[in-house]
Design a binder for this molecule. Sequence first.
Ligand code: ZN
Ligand code: ZN
Length: 218
Amino acid sequence: MSISTSARTRVDDASAVSPAGWLSVSMCPAWCSDSHNGMDYPEDREHGCRYLETDLQTMPYDNYGTDGNPRYRPCQAMANLVQHYREGEPRVCFADSSDKATYYMTLDEAQEIAFHLLTLVAAGRNRAEIGEIPQSVSVAEGCQPWCNRHRPGDCCASGNVDGAWLTYDDEQDGALIWFHTSGDGGLPVSEAERLALAISRAAVLARRSRLVESTSGH
Ligand SMILES: [Zn+2]
Ligand SMILES: [Zn+2]
């Protein structure tokens, strides 16, 4: 008997003794919309949420009927969260309704892709330049990769990029995102989108540096 077969047998035996066994090890997150059973096979023990769908009106429509009786509907971009019961965090699954492609991504990867999409939308709407994510000009040992304005007292700072900026202080709160708006009133949509994009960029940078930290430790 191979090692993998004996491991599989042990897991199945545990389920038989305690029907809810795997669910007590991996409780459903609030976003899970699946109905599970304690007897689920290991490969079926995956939490999932409902799909968030967008009709793609400029793509060729798909035929959901038959050749003789066609029912054309737009192809949909679909995204959802999935997490197998032994995975440390969920992943985003991005697919389309005609099953042409499926992509799985970590939360950090998904956040960066979402930021790229928002950047393209903003540039497209405003006929604006596409700004670069600030690159490292780190000046001190242990500087964050995005640090452009290292301050005395070992605090990294990114400098203001389109209205938001990032600081990192190992001794205190770790990474912080800063921004300010003028006045107490609401913001026009374009201004609010610009600020949201600036904050998203800072969040992507903060997550990316965490990844650099954790990989450089090995
Ligand atoms: Zn679940
Ligand atoms: Zn620094």
